[in-house]
Structure formats: structure tokens, C-alpha cells
Ligand binder design. Structure first.
Ligand code: HEM
Length: 340
């Protein structure tokens, strides 16, 4: 039992670390953000400094992970409903998986050849689990790795999620299908998450006063007027997040970004397992070493399938498209770069 708990602790820390310094950074491809997220984990003095001198002082300079004690700023920690709302990223999903043949030899800068497209409807629920186990883990990973996600924009919601067969816990199908696009709006409303403008005001961001402040897309503005008339205060938060003009290099909206920054830091600093108990006594020597030496999802996949990653994972991050060229190393330490 103790072994199971320890494995969960170590795995959770690895997931939190990958989420902080690998996945979130891939959504926001600007160096400033990479510096910010690595700063959260390692401190602004950086990994080499932390490896050599250990944790130095509490706070961002030495990193939130390893602080002497947790700090919840006087409010019991939980993932907030605002965080759930901004994480509604179903528009990233495709309507089919492009299954690839991984048995061929890789050609320069080319994805493995396409075998067929499998509708996503066939890949969800218990039948989906069966189908994916027939396909195989490596084939699934390489196929997903070579398929770019879709954009977080309006009128881009995957069709399969608008007619989703819901299942009972035993995998049997329920008669009522789910229109997840509509359900998401309904959920935010029933949880009384603020509408878009109020949501922004609460974050001290400028609200919109007309649809043109949100987007330049004439068709979208027409659709918004059909639904909400001229009352921009009624705009649902999820619709606003998808419609919002994006900052260059960002896959997510500015509004989402602000929540991300707050929650990413808070999740680490409010948890004793990343602060007062981030030590060998709690994690064991091997466990702590495991967390400290895993830097990315690429490391995890590589540990299990080294031949496959050598053959197909060319990119710097497993969250990039896998045949993207690796990032060129920047000779200037990240914390000394001028923000772009
Ligand atoms: C095949 C992939 C996926 C399927 C079938 C799926 C399906 C669902 C369903 C059925 C719900 C519950 C709706 C409800 O009753 O309120 C849900 C909630 C949610 N999903 Fe997904 N989802 C998928 C992938 C994703 C991805 C990739 C993300 C984000 C990157 C995501 C983020 C969320 C969030 C934030 C919620 C709300 C959770 C909550 O209310 O606490 N989902 N999803």
C-alpha cells in the first residue's frame, strides 16, 4: 500500500512538472513565458544554480518548488471554477485520428505515411479503449504526435463532441446523447461563473464595449449580434475566450493566460508536497531523483520506447508536432533575455 501511495506521489509530481514546464509552455511559444514557468519550478536563478546550491530562499528567485513551507495566502486551496472554465479546450481536438504506418524508415522532414483516418467517435468510451489497444501504444503515440491540434477559435468545435454517446460506469451506453458545446455553456451558467466582461473586470483586464473590441472577424461579429444583440455584458465566458484576438505566439487567449499564471503558481506554492515535504524523507531518495531528472513528456516516452522516439520524435517537445525541427539552443540564459 505504501508503495502504491509513493508511486502516486512521484507520478503526480512528474505530471505537475511536465504541465508546468513542458505543456503550458508549448501553448505559449514565447521565451518570456518559458522563463516564467521554469522560474516557477526552478526559480529565476535557473536549474544549474538549483542543482548546485539546492533551494535558496523562498519565492520566485529560488523557485516555488522546495519552499520551506506552503503558502495558501489564507484561502484553502482548490482548483477554481474559473480555471475549469478556461480549460474548456475541446476545440483543440480533431474529428478523426490520422493513423500512420510507423514500420517504414523515416524520410527527411516527412511524417510517417498515412494509413487511414479513424473517426474520433470510434475512439471514445469502452469500444474506443478496445480499438486503441488493438492499434497499439506506439502507433497511437506517433500518429497523435504527427497531427497538429486545432485552434481555440469559434466555429471550430469538433462535430463528434456535439453528438457524444454518454456511458454508464460499466461502459454500457445511455440513450441520451450529449451536445458538449451546448453543455459547456450551460455548466458555466449553472455554476454562476461570471460572463466574459465581468470575468475580465475581476482580473483587472479591460472589458469590451463593442463586438469589434473582441474580434475583427465580420462573420463572427454578425453571429454574436444574432445571439446577444448589442449587449456585450451577456457574452458567455467560453464564447469570449474563443473569439478573443490572440497575442502573437499564443494558442490561448489573454484572459485564459492570466488565470493560467495565477493557478500554475498557486498549485505549486500551496501544496506541502511541492514545498515543506518536497524532500527525500517524503519522496525517498530514488523518488526525488525521478522527479528531478524528468524534464518533459519526451523524457517519459523515451524511457519506455527509446527506439520509437529516436526514429520519430524529432521535435524538442512531445507536445510539438513531432517532425518539427528541434528548437535551436539560445546561448543567452533564459532569465537574461529581453522579453519579446
Ligand atoms: C476525446 C477527448 C475528450 C472527450 C470525449 C471529452 C469529454 C468531456 C465530457 C463528456 C465532459 C463533461 C461534461 C459535463 O458533464 O459537464 C468534459 C469536461 C471537461 N473537459 Fe473534456 N473531453 C475530452 C478532452 C478534453 C481536453 C483535451 C481538454 C483540455 C485540454 C478537456 C477539458 C475539459 C474540462 C476543463 C472539462 C470540465 C470539467 C469540469 O466540469 O470539472 N477535455 N469533457
Amino acid at each position: 500500500m505504501l508503495f502504491v501511495m509513493l508511486s502516486r506521489l512521484v507520478t503526480s509530481a512528474v505530471i505537475a512538472k511536465i504541465h508546468t514546464i513542458d505543456w503550458t509552455v508549448e501553448l505559449l511559444k514565447v521565451d518570456t513565458f518559458l522563463a516564467g514557468m521554469r522560474g516557477n519550478w526552478y526559480g529565476l536563478l535557473g536549474k544549474p544554480f538549483k542543482d548546485t546550491f539546492g533551494h535558496v530562499g523562498d519565492g520566485i528567485l529560488g523557485g516555488l518548488v522546495g519552499m520551506k513551507k506552503p503558502d495558501n495566502h489564507g484561502v484553502p486551496y482548490s482548483l477554481t471554477e474559473e480555471f475549469v472554465s478556461v480549460y474548456r479546450m475541446h476545440a483543440l481536438l480533431p474529428d478523426s485520428l490520422h493513423l500512420r504506418n510507423i514500420d517504414v524508415l523515416p524520410e527527411d522532414n516527412k511524417s510517417p505515411p498515412l494509413i487511414k483516418e479513424i473517426p474520433m467517435n470510434d475512439l471514445v468510451g469502452l469500444p474506443g479503449e478496445k480499438k486503441l489497444s488493438e492499434i497499439g501504444v506506439q502507433e497511437t503515440l506517433v500518429s497523435m504526435g504527427h497531427q497538429a491540434s486545432r485552434a481555440l477559435e469559434l466555429q471550430n468545435y469538433p462535430s463528434f463532441l456535439r453528438n457524444l454517446v454518454s456511458q454508464n460506469i460499466d461502459g454500457t451506453e445511455r440513450p441520451d446523447h450529449v451536445d458538449l458545446a451546448a453543455l459547456e455553456i450551460y455548466r458555466d451558467r449553472e455554476r454562476q461563473v461570471a460572463r466574459y466582461n465581468q470575468f475580465r473586470r475581476s482580473l483587472l483586464l479591460i472589458p469590451i464595449s463593442k463586438w469589434e473590441d473582441l474580434t475583427d472577424d465580420k462573420e463572427i461579429i454578425k453571429a454574436l449580434k444574432e445571439v446577444y444583440g448589442n449587449d456585450v455584458e451577456l457574452l458567455d465566458v467560453l464564447v469570449g475566450l474563443m473569439a478573443e484576438k490572440k497575442i502573437k505566439g499564443f494558442a490561448i487567449s489573454e484572459t485564459t493566460f492570466v488565470i493560467f499564471l495565477i493557478m500554475a503558481s498557486r498549485r505549486l506554492e500551496a501544496d506541502r508536497f511541492y514545498t515543506s515535504n518536497f524532500n527525500e524523507e517524503t519522496y525517498t531518495k530514488k523518488g526525488l531523483e525521478w522527479v528531478n531528472t524528468t524534464e518533459s513528456l519526451k523524457d517519459v516516452i523515451d524511457r519506455h520506447y527509446p527506439k520509437m522516439t529516436k526514429k520519430w520524435l524529432n521535435a524538442s517537445s512531445a507536445f510539438s508536432v513531432w517532425d518539427a525541427p528541434p528548437n535551436k539552443p539560445n546561448p543567452i540564459p533564459i532569465y537574461l533575455r529581453i522579453p519579446n
